[in-house]
Design a protein around this ligand. Structure first.
Ligand code: ZN
Ligand code: ZN
Length: 175
């Protein structure tokens, strides 16, 4: 999703309409590559303003995450909008401090880079396959949505007095 800003920078046009639905394999967030299970849709525009090039787009796509309780795959729809100025590396930070600013190189902006930079606030903190996911058994690792394990029964057994300790108790009694 590399967009040439040449025509905007040369003032040949005031506005560039963007409307994509593109297949993207993975998107990187916090050093993890998330698979996309939908096309990446992006719609909006880049306009020439008196302050510079302004990006205003809506994005949506679906990523494959893991349920934070049972570790099963879970599809997470992501939908948000991005607004901010497209600036060169040597831009004056002070004059953009009230805005988001995205750096581009030469005359091209890579929208995937911008999406990856803006994912932080739009990713779920913990994905769940369902609100009432039972998760994994802490002892045997069984997925409790799919099977019942007998760990709970064992736990109860352990609470009963070990026969060896029972004998010790008897010894103390004799003293
Ligand atoms: Zn789950
Ligand atoms: Zn178990």
């Amino acid at each position: 999703m590399k967009i040439s800003l040449d025509r905007l920078n040369k003032r040949e046009t005031d506005k560039l309409d963007l409307n994509f639905s593109q297949k993207v394999d993975t998107i990187n967030y916090c050093d993890n590559n998330y698979k996309l299970t939908s096309p990446l849709n992006l719609k909006g525009k880049i306009s020439n303003t008196n302050k510079g090039l302004y990006l205003d787009v809506d994005v949506d796509f679906t990523i494959l995450d893991t349920c934070s309780r049972c570790l099963d795959d879970v599809e997470v729809p992501i939908e948000y909008s991005i607004q901010g100025f497209l600036v060169k590396e040597d831009y004056d930070e002070d004059s953009f401090e009230d805005y988001d600013a995205f750096i581009y190189h030469s005359d091209e902006v890579n929208l995937i880079d911008i999406i990856e930079q803006t994912l932080d606030f739009n990713m779920p903190i913990a994905s769940l396959c369902s609100e009432d996911c039972k998760g994994l058994c802490h002892k045997c690792g069984a997925n409790l949505n799919k099977e019942e394990c007998s760990c709970n029964e064992t736990a109860n057994d352990e609470e009963l007095i070990d026969p060896r300790f029972a004998k010790l108790k008897d010894l103390f009694k004799n003293d």
